[in-house]
Design a protein around this ligand. Structure first.
Ligand code: FDA
Length: 305
């Protein structure tokens, strides 16, 4: 039953029609609840509020699978503007972005050109840029881009997904780059040919890669809402006397806000992923696929004045 619901929402997440309708509903429904605002400017107040509570942030301009070079260039300009505003507003925020939003599905050179401009701007301001990981089909290309840029820039990080069979090997292969990595379970609908179909196996692999990456001495962002994984991370860092400067927890904006604050009170570094923009529909459907009880939360949010 759980798998049917998950697939249903992942199917809905791809509907162009519903995506367009959601854009027309405007930001009112989702802003300040699961996303910042419809643009970065209107998200600043929410980010300041999080920073005031001791929560660091990473922002992501929603909108993936761009198939037009001029849109990919617009996305690049917007990202650079966001980086400048993070600095001028003195926000404690990094930037996350998807390679398909910079033109991964259009051509290779375009992504390199766009990414170079973003990394230059971010380096100037001392801001970290994390490449989100998309579906398995794009994983190798994304990691190749990460490796190329990591040789020139230190302010770049990426994501590995515990549900992929390949990830254990990727962790080892990337070790030579001493990478900052965000480790997640994985959010896309993947075939059992490439990903563990059972949740228990994903969780076991997640624990395994967290431990390996931490013990390799690399910075580890554990991005999860799962208490079992959070407790496991706390146990490993304690057992191996790992410095609080070598890891952080991350959660999505609007999810488990109370737990986010509790982790800060316990002395852990906690970063909140704040998406913004009109393209919130696909993102929202993926969150529902992960946890259908988020529907209750969503409807409460939608009717709240
Ligand atoms: P999961 O969904 O398995 O939930 C486990 C348990 O946690 C639940 O049974 C429940 O007890 C608790 N729980 C979960 N959600 C809750 C809620 N809202 N309220 C209360 N309890 C809750 N994916 C990807 O493929 N590429 C990427 O780049 C990223 N980036 C990313 C950044 C950040 C900051 C986060 C937090 C996540 C991502 N993800 C991602 C998404 C990730 O892969 C994964 O799909 C979701 O985080 C859901 O998995 P969880 O680990 O949270 O636990």
């Amino acid at each position: 039953m759980e798998a049917v619901t998950k697939n249903f929402f992942l199917f809905l997440s791809k509907s162009t029609l519903l995506n367009r309708a959601a854009q027309n509903w405007g930001e009112g429904i989702a802003a300040g609840k699961i996303i910042g605002g419809s643009d970065f400017q209107s998200s600043i107040k929410f980010i300041k509020d999080l920073n005031d509570q001791g929560l660091a942030v990473t922002v992501d301009h929603l909108g993936e699978f761009v198939t037009n070079a001029s849109v990919a260039k617009e996305r690049t300009e917007e990202c650079i503007e966001t980086i400048k505003m993070i600095a001028s507003e003195g926000l404690d925020s990094q930037v996350s972005l998807k390679m398909t939003s910079l033109g991964l599905d259009i051509n290779h050179e375009l992504v390199y050109e766009n990414m170079t401009r973003i990394l230059e701007a971010a380096e100037e301001q001392g801001i970290m840029v994390t490449i989100d990981m998309e579906d398995e089909q794009r994983c190798q290309k994304t990691l190749d881009i990460f490796k190329d840029f990591k040789q020139k820039y230190n302010n770049i990080s990426t994501v590995l997904q515990a549900y992929l069979y390949r990830t254990e090997q990727d962790i080892e292969d990337l070790n030579q780059y001493s990478p900052f990595l965000r480790l997640v379970k994985g959010a896309y609908n993947e075939s059992p040919k490439v990903a563990f179909p059972n949740k228990a196996d994903v969780d076991e692999n997640y624990k395994k890669i967290i431990k390996v990456h931490l013990l390799n001495g690399n910075y580890t962002a554990v991005a999860t809402h799962d208490d079992a994984i959070i407790d496991y991370t706390k146990k490993i860092v304690k057992e191996h006397d790992i410095s609080p400067n070598q890891f952080e927890f991350q959660m999505l904006y609007g999810m488990r806000s109370k737990t986010q604050k509790e982790l800060v009170e316990e002395g852990y570094k906690m970063r909140v992923y704040v998406p913004y923009g009109n393209d919130w529909y696909g993102y929202f459907m993926r969150r529902l696929a992960e946890r259908p009880s988020n529907i209750v939360f969503a409807f409460k949010g939608m009717t709240k004045k």
